[in-house]
Structures are given as C-alpha cells and as structure tokens.
Design a binder for this molecule. Structure first.
Ligand code: FAD
Length: 443
C-alpha cells in the first residue's frame, strides 16, 4: 500500500490532524479497533478554553501547579493561546457545547481549576467532539479509514521514517509507504488491570519507538484518576466518575461518612488521600456523595453517570456511590517538540501518545482533549512546511521480512513487557535521584 500521510489512530488527535491536512494529499487513518473505540469517545468532563485575556495567568498557573511545575512553559503557553481557535474550529464542525440562556457558551469547573473555563456537552463531551470530527472526516474523499488495522512496526532507515508494517483485519501483514507518519495511538491503560482506558490501548507506539531508538520522555508519569465506580466484579474497564461532579459540589467520604480531603485539589493529591484513607479504614473504596449537586444540575449535566450508577445498584440522587482510584492518563510518551516532531525524521506524534511536556508530572483536568487538538494542528502545519523536502525509499520495502511479525500474541507480549520495563526503569532512576539529592542536601 502507499499513501501520502499515514495517521495511526482515529481518536480526536488523529481525526483533527486529517481535517487540517491539504485536500490534495492522500491520507490513510488506521485504527486497531472500530472507529468509536477510542478514549476520545469516553471523555466526560469537558475541554478547557481561555475565556478571555483576564484568565490567562490563572489558567497558566493552574496548569503549572497541577503539573508540579515540571511542565514545559512553551507548550503550556501554546496550548492556552491556541485554545480559542481550536474551539471555534470545533463549533464550525458542528460540535454542540452547552449554552447559557442568552446563547453564550456555558463553562464548568473541575478539580484544581481556579475558574470556570471548561466547555462541556452533558457528561459525554468526548463523544460529541469526536463523533463530529469523524463525520467531517468521512466527508473527505482524500481520507481512507481502515478499521481493525494495527501498526506493528515502523519502516525506517538512518533515522528517517518511510512507513509502517500493518496487521490487517484478516490478520494478513502488509507494508504501507508514507511520506509522513503521524502516531496518534492514545495511552497505555490496556497495560493495567484497573484502567478507565480501552483495553486495546497498550502503548504500541512506545514499544515500537523503543525498538527504533526514538526518544521517549517522562514514561513513568502515569496518572491515576481518583474516582472510578467501584465494583466487586472484575470489570473490563473502570467507569469514570468525572471530576466535574466534584467541581459541582460532590464530596468524598470515609467509611464513617466523614469528609477527609479537599475534593478540589489536583488529581494526584486526591488520589493519594483516597488510597491512604482506604488503608486506614481497611476498605476497598471510599464514598462519593453527589447529593450536594442540585437535582436539576445532576440530571442535566451528568445523565450518563446517573444512569450508570443506577444500572449498578446505586441511586446517586438518594445515596452515596462507592469509588476507587484507577489508571487513567499518560503524561509521558514519545518525545516531541512544539511542532509535534519526534526525534525521527518524517515521524510525528500527537495526543496522549506524545509528550510535549504540557502536563508536567500531572495533568490538569480537561487539558487533554485541548492539548491533543492544538498539537495535532501544529503537526500538520509542520508536515506541510516540510512536504517538498520529503525523502522516499521504495527499495527499503523490498527488504522487509513480514514473517517476523506473524505471532501476534508473542509480539504483543514483547511490546507490553518493553513498555512496562521502561516505565519501571524510569521510576527507579527517579527514586535513585531523589535519594542522591536528599543525601546531597544533608551534607
Ligand atoms: C474515561 C475517560 C474520560 C476522560 N475525560 C476527559 C475529559 O473530560 N477531558 C479531557 O480533556 N480528557 C479526558 N480524557 C482523556 C482524553 O480522552 C484522551 O487523553 C484523549 O482523548 C486522547 O486522544 P488521542 O487521540 O490521543 O487517543 P485515543 O482517543 O485514545 O485514540 C487512540 C487511537 O489509536 C488507535 N491505536 C492504538 N494503537 C494502535 C496501533 N498499534 N495501530 C493502529 N491504531 C492504534 C486506537 O485504536 C485509537 O483509534 C478522558 C479519558 C478517559 C479514558
């Protein structure tokens, strides 16, 4: 197969990139599962936007503070500055955000935000955004969408990417030549037993990057979401109880139904407090009380959360629901610059797969959809800028040995092991550095 630009992943970042590439280029988007099975469809809470200049400093500070000031300041600035343009784009694609009675955009708040600056659509903002992006992409004759098609390797020589090896829906293996490849493969939740992510998101782009010496960054920065619905059943995917419910007044309670934490602190702080409380109480979960949220608000803003809880035996209108932390988001990833270019030529990474440092050590709620879109747009600008100087290497494709990818199970296991090992090694190095620093400071 041959294409101009290969986009690996059909979440919000991959789709937005496709919409920003020129109509005269052939674009191929592949996805490991069906088109609706991406985390982008699961996003509940919303998407941030700089409301006006007066909020710039606060928004910047909230993002940096949540990220423990390890964020890349340039990336944070870019994300905030470009937010209004991206939201205008989404509205032009037909995305329907909640409005006030006067027709202006309605904003909500989540943990660690000092102001209301989050746009939402009920509690299914990700579905609203991503389904509209998908609708627009489907209208583009220059875009081919391939479901159940998995990237198993990149084809590169001397640090230049020329395309990929794909496992097709019928399990056959094929190569695809591409002038540019954009990795938009999402997170790593599938590597964890308890995660809010789709199970097929297993950090494939990271494993492949490790094999090819493509630079990674902050791979041990894994975010645990403080509140997912607790069930004794071994669930496939943990159901998220969005942070917005705490933004709107929900409380966290221990086994004696007492508050034990300021619910609006950053995610990692709230997660630590919950885990400590569970240990102290000897319980498998804590309680979340949604009753402080006015009934109208509960039903209009969070209809899916209410429905899910009821289906699972709890009525949040009249009783507390059990919640527990679970793996949720990956702040680290394939290292990219502010144009989403990786350390390999003709290869870009966007969305949760990429690390441009915007989130630092911990992501501020509702910054992820925005960051994914802003930096997807920037990748496409850079692709266009470098299009004329692209290198091709058809000879290389004749040398690719597809048999080595035949054993799907073994290959998948090897990939998972590679990523988990990289995460634990980075964790170990960070702990060693902390010990050395504390020894140094004692001298
Ligand atoms: C439950 C939940 C709630 C969330 N709520 C919010 C929120 O309110 N606000 C917010 O900003 N963020 C939220 N997030 C985070 C946000 O949804 C994600 O970070 C964002 O959607 C990631 O988009 P993406 O395009 O990078 O990846 P995804 O949307 O995850 O898409 C990844 C794509 O890559 C494909 N893929 C993966 N590996 C391969 C491969 N080897 N070959 C081919 N295709 C592959 C997948 O099939 C999929 O199509 C939430 C996440 C979850 C899980």
């Amino acid at each position: 197969m041959k294409t101009d630009i290969l986009i690996v992943g059909s979440g919000c970042s991959g789709l937005y990139a496709a919409l920003h590439l020129p109509a005269d280029k052939q674009i191929t988007i592949i996805t490991k599962a069906d088109l609706e099975s991406s985390d982008s469809f699961l996003a509940q809470g919303g998407i941030c936007m700089l409301r006006d200049e007066r909020d710039y400093d606060n928004y910047y500070r909230d993002t940096m503070k949540a990220g423990h000031y390890e964020n890349n300041p340039e990336s944070v600035d870019i994300m905030i500055r470009e937010s209004q343009r991206v939201i205008a784009d989404l509205i032009s694609y037909g995305v329907d955000f909640e409005r006030e009675a006067d027709g202006s955009l309605a904003f909500t708040k989540e943990g660690a935000h000092s102001e209301k600056r989050i746009l939402f659509h009920e509690d299914i903002t990700g579905r609203e955004i991503t389904s509209k992006l998908l609708e627009r992409v489907r209208e583009r004759p220059n875009v081919t969408l391939l479901e159940y098609t998995t990237m198993v390797d990149l084809i590169e020589e001397k640090n230049v990417c020329y395309g990929a090896v794909l496992r097709m829906q019928d399990d056959s293996l094929e190569t695809i030549e591409a002038k540019f490849t954009i990795l938009a493969c999402g997170g790593i939740g599938g590597l964890y037993r308890h995660s809010t992510n789709f199970r097929h998101l297993t950090g494939d782009a990271l494993a492949i990057s490790i094999r090819h010496g493509i630079k990674l960054e902050n791979v041990n920065y894994v975010q645990i979401h403080p509140t997912t619905f607790y069930t004794e059943n071994e669930e496939e995917r943990s159901f998220l109880i969005s942070e917005s419910v705490r933004g709107e007044g929900a409380l966290l309670l221990n086994k004696n139904m007492e508050r034990f934490v300021d619910e609006l602190q950053p995610r990692d702080v709230v997660t630590k407090a919950i885990l400590a409380q569970m240990e102290k109480d000897g319980t498998d979960h804590v309680w979340e009380d949604l009753r402080p949220i006015p009934k109208d608000e509960l039903h209009s803003h969070f209809p899916n959360i209410v429905a899910y809880c009821r289906e699972h035996g709890y009525d949040p209108e009249t009783e507390c629901i059990p919640v527990v932390p679970a793996q949720h988001y990956f702040m680290g990833g394939v290292k990219v610059n502010s144009d989403s270019a990786t350390s390999m030529k003709q290869l870009y990474a966007i969305g949760e797969t990429a690390c441009n440092g915007v989130h630092g050590k911990n992501r501020l709620a509702s910054n992820s959809l925005l960051e994914s879109l802003v930096f997807a747009g920037r990748a496409t600008t850079d692709v266009i800028l470098h299009y004329a100087s692209v290198k091709e290497n058809p000879e290389l494709f004749k040398k690719v040995r597809l048999e080595k990818y035949q054993d799907r199970e073994a290959f998948g296991k090897e990939n998972s092991d590679l990523v988990l090992k990289a995460i634990s090694q980075a964790e170990w190095i960070m702990e060693e550095e902390a010990i050395l620093n504390s020894e140094g400071s004692m001298e």
